[in-house]
Ligand binder design. Structure first.
Ligand code: SF4
Length: 556
């Protein structure tokens, strides 16, 4: 039979440029095919360690980064009222002089009157550097309404979270649970990992109100009531604790569960961890029965330790965990109706986790020495792993839900072990190894340090001399103490209300607020266009910088 001759591999380009994808934070390797000097086609780079040639739909659409008709190609000056979309093109020189004319006096007198906020532009090292050099404390990016709860809860609990912090041990894990993850988050690495699990027959449980992509290929889908993941996780913790299926050796030797907590309500240090004169956390040594520094050579921390010291009573963190999480309010029967998951199903999933973690443990014949100098003959792995993202993080109680999930991982002894969750360098990195927030304004000079970070106590809050919020978004205040990525979604409403103070210029950088503030698009438009009694805009000046003509452009 005659077949038509088809060219199955037509030459689509005359040059290939290797780079990384800009469409999400995974940074997959891509080969960009150029034809006649233009981007013609994007394919995954098979040699790149992140994606090994895999390219998701969003990555393929990266071609529009360059070719989109909505690309802005020259600076624009508004000639009609805000929102009208009436602009004239101006030269770069005119645009930069206008911006300098507005911003120079602000920097010299009151730098905080510039609020500079960026979207998911992936160039935050540069934008934060610029804002810090300008001297305004008012800088943040989109993370504050996205995955900040995941990142902050992870760093405070175990020195890192999911996604860019590390990955499940895809080659060894035998049971994997994925909570609230859309397919565009950590896309290719997760898909490749799931492929490995499916090929090996490892069990995948998807927890999500919607049976979307990842949940459709899961072995079991748990269609949870939105916003109740924390209750479900704490019910799993309750069941595991009740059955004694937690890794006591791991907790005693590799976590701060044995550290002593001051339990005397009359003490100044009530609720704080006990420290010695060198500021080292204290435990009870099982061998001697005496207090010792947490990391002292040869110490064997006692999970059940307690101590009466200087008239104050102390008990280990573990005591408190048992009391708190064996509370009947977390029993499967108590959460079943609210989560939409039957008590029997919660118990069965907890039993499966316990079975895989403890009855199917991995042992690797590799001697190793821990940080206290104890030598162990083997590496023991608990082959259960977890992943979660914005669906859990961006709900009310997201921070506590994320903490609960990390605690579940730790109780099972499945962090930094074969088959469990494995960090990527430089993680795990505790909050002490991250910057603290800075808000020290000095007119005409740079800010006194990086804007964003991790508070360790009240002294680290971003408050002025009167105890009022130093930042326009009120991040790092008593109201929002652990807002590690700032609170971008509060900027426009606070600037409009003049609360905690009025600003002069709102400078948004690749931040389409009709998307970023979609919880109140109409309200945002009203705030951006509102006038005061003198007929001036309530937010006096708005500079907007973007590569595309997004909805925000009209309000510059
Ligand atoms: S997962 Fe997709 S969008 Fe993200 S970097 Fe990779 S190809 Fe690009």
């Amino acid at each position: 039979m005659n077949q038509p001759k088809l060219d199955l591999s037509p030459k689509v380009s005359d040059e290939i440029r290797k780079t990384t994808c800009y469409m999400c934070a995974c940074r997959c390797g891509i080969n960009v095919h150029m034809k006649d000097g233009k981007v013609a086609y994007i394919e995954g780079n098979r040699d790149h360690p992140v994606n090994r040639g895999v390219l998701c739909a969003k990555g393929s659409a990266g071609i529009m980064q360059v070719n989109a008709p909505s690309r802005l190609r020259a600076p624009l000056r508004r000639v009609g009222p805000r929102g009208s979309g009436e602009f004239e093109e101006i030269s770069w020189e005119e645009a930069l002089s206008q911006a300098t004319e507005w911003l120079a006096p602000v920097r010299e007198t009151a730098p905080q009157k510039l609020a500079f906020f960026t979207g998911r532009d992936q160039s935050q090292s540069f934008t934060s550097f610029w804002a810090q050099a300008f001297g305004t404390p008012n800088y943040a990016a989109h993370g504050g309404f996205c995955s900040v709860n995941m990142a902050a809860a992870g760093i405070y609990t175990m020195g890192g979270a999911f996604w860019e912090f590390g990955q499940p041990d895809w080659d060894r894990t035998k049971m994997f649970m994925i909570f609230g993850v859309a397919e565009d988050h950590d896309s290719n690495p997760i898909k490749m990992g799931l492929g490995k699990l499916k090929a090996r027959g490892a069990k995948v449980i998807g927890v999500n109100p919607v049976r979307s992509g990842y949940n459709a290929i899961a072995d079991e889908w748990v269609g949870i009531t939105p916003g109740t993941d924390g209750l479900f996780i704490l019910a799993l913790v309750y069941e595991l604790m009740k059955a004694g299926k937690i890794d006591l050796d791991y907790l005693a030797n590799l976590t701060n569960a044995p550290v002593l907590v001051n339990g005397d309500p009359n003490s100044e240090d009530y609720g704080l961890l006990l420290r010695d004169e060198n500021n080292k956390l204290m435990v009870i040594d099982r061998e001697t029965g005496k207090p010792a520094a947490f990391d002292a050579h040869g110490v064997q921390p006692d999970l059940r330790g307690s101590l009466r010291d200087k008239g104050n009573s102390h008990r280990s963190v573990f005591h408190h965990m048992i009391e708190k999480y064996l509370d009947p309010q977390y029993a499967p029967e108590a959460v079943a109706e609210r989560t939409g998951i039957t008590a029997e199903r919660i118990k069965r999933i907890a039993a499966e986790l316990a079975d895989v973690a403890f009855n199917q443990a991995i042992e690797i014949d590799q001697e190793w020495t821990d940080f206290r100098g104890h030598t162990h003959e083997k590496m023991v792995g608990r082959p259960v792993s977890f992943h979660s993202m914005r669906g859990v993080s961006a709900h009310s109680n997201g921070f506590q839900t994320c903490r609960a999930l990390h605690m579940l991982q730790i109780l099972l002894g499945s962090v930094e072990v074969p088959g469990g969750f494995r960090f990527k360098p430089p993680y795990p990195k505790p909050p002490e190894a991250h910057p603290k927030p800075h808000c020290g304004v000095r007119p005409g000079e740079p800010l006194d340090g990086p804007h964003l970070g991790f508070v360790h106590g009240p002294d680290d809050l971003a408050l002025d001399a009167n105890g009022d919020p130093a930042r326009i978004d009120k991040a790092f205040t008593w109201e929002n103490p652990m807002s590690a990525h700032g609170l971008m979604h509060m900027v426009i409403s606070n600037a409009h209300a003049g609360d905690p103070y009025k600003i002069d210029t709102l400078f948004m950088y690749m931040a389409n607020m009709s998307w970023n503030s979609s919880m109140n698009t109409r309200g945002v438009i009203d705030m951006l266009t509102d006038h005061d009694s003198d007929g001036n805009y309530v937010i006096p000046k708005i500079i907007y910088s973007d590569a595309y003509s997004s909805e925000m452009v009209a309000y510059a």
